[in-house]
Design a protein around this ligand. Structure first.
Ligand code: NAG
Ligand code: NAG
Ligand code: NAG
Ligand code: NAG
Length: 344
């Protein structure tokens, strides 16, 4: 990274990977009184699905037959997690689409009466609805953290829409019958916030300081990641969404059976309880400094993959692989495309 001090004392940050490309635009944001210029994914577009207006970045190449990759962010992050992944894929000829999840950025609900559910079925279906709205038949799905849940669900339930899947932590589709299984003592301290978000003070604390919560979770879940205040400030803009706190807390409340799902997803939710197999070509990535889901050699999750699957441990990386190791994340997408073409 280069740091440039301008005559006025303003700090301009430029990620070196960006000097190679002009595909993703740079947008200025104002943070803590300093004018900062960080690369972000812009401009964004909007697509209307049955329930949402989804904000998304689209590299929209002129070549209409370009392969499509859909990149899905986690919590508490924004689409800009992928700012260094996108140019690499664009240079390889991909059309890259990066949506803001429901409750994030400018993705908004069309109706006040739609339940603000962040259950796994809803998040996965949102991606398929977005593809329908954009008339995209098939894509590679890639995600980390919540994004892993999303790409797992979308790949497992709609394999005909998915040409390959890249997922951090392999497989996170939950069978609700196991939600209250008693786990080992050591697994609770790292999932502490799941339980805080079940409580009214947890909800209110997140509502009163979304950026402070992101700072805590970024630091705790990727302990050796030296993110900048500017990156945090830029991401925190995505937390100003009016549904952010409801969606963030509902994700954990629903997973721990403290909040029911949206009845309109009941059929999909029941199918997910069976923990459907992923049949599409898959590359799975376990970061070795991730705290919530410690890295594995992939053997315990092998039973969920019925198609070709390659597993890698990502060295020197916490949960946010796309920002910490953008090359690794982009290469995994190129690798899964190869796995798919080797098969067909
Ligand atoms: C469009 O992109 C695909 C995949 O990158 C490539 O195979 C094809 O030749 C391109 N077509 C044109 C007209 O550039
Ligand atoms: C939403 O869109 C408005 C208008 O385009 C923009 O000013 C605002 O910054 C956006 N909000 C987020 C969270 O991106
Ligand atoms: C972070 O880095 C330090 C020093 O390089 C190392 O000792 C420590 O184990 C790392 N933490 C994690 C969680 O990997
Ligand atoms: C993978 O890890 C498991 C323990 O979780 C171990 O039993 C197994 O031998 C390991 N496999 C390989 C190929 O290292």
């Amino acid at each position: 990274m280069r740091t440039i001090l301008t005559a006025g004392g303003n700090i301009l940050l430029a990620l070196s990977v960006f000097s190679l490309t002009t595909t993703a635009a740079t947008k200025s944001i104002t943070a803590t009184g300093t004018s900062i210029s960080l690369p972000t994914l812009s401009p964004v577009h909007y697509a209307q699905t049955p329930r949402l207006s989804i904000e998304y970045y689209d590299s929209a190449p002129k070549n209409a037959t370009a392969p499509v990759a859909i990149l899905v962010h986690g919590f508490p992050y924004s689409i800009d997690t992928f700012v260094d992944v996108v140019p690499k894929l664009e240079n390889e000829g991909y059309r890259v689409i990066v949506p803001s999840l429901r409750g994030f950025g400018n993705t908004t609900f069309l109706s006040t009466s739609t339940p603000r559910s962040a259950e796994q079925a809803a998040l996965g279906k949102d991606i398929i609805d977005l593809m329908d709205a954009l008339k995209i038949e098939k894509a590679i799905f890639a995600g980390y953290d919540w994004g892993t849940v999303v790409v797992n669900v979308a790949a497992a339930l709609w394999p005909d829409r998915c040409s390959g899947m890249v997922a951090a932590n392999s497989y996170l589709i939950q069978n609700r019958e196991t939600a209250w299984n008693v786990a080992a003592a050591s697994t609770y301290p790292v999932k502490w916030y799941y339980y805080v978000f079940l409580t009214p003070p947890g909800y209110s604390s997140l509502a009163s300081d979304t950026k402070g919560w992101a700072e805590v979770l970024w630091s705790k879940n990727s302990p050796n990641w030296t993110y900048t205040e500017e990156q945090l400030e830029a991401a925190s803009l995505a937390f100003h969404n009016p549904d952010y706190v409801d969606i963030a807390t509902n994700f954990y409340r629903n997973r721990l059976l403290y909040a029911p799902g949206d009845p309109s997803y009941a059929e999909l939710a029941n199918a997910l309880d069976k923990q459907p197999l992923i049949t599409v070509p898959s590359v799975t990535l376990d970061p070795d400094q991730a705290v919530v889901f410690p890295a594995t050699n992939g053997s315990t999750t092998a039973k969920y993959f019925a198609g070709p699957r390659v597993h890698h441990i990502v060295k020197g990386c916490g949960e946010n692989i796309p920002l910490q190791k953008p090359e690794v994340f982009a290469n995994a997408i190129l690798e899964v495309a190869q796995l798919g073409s080797a098969r067909s």
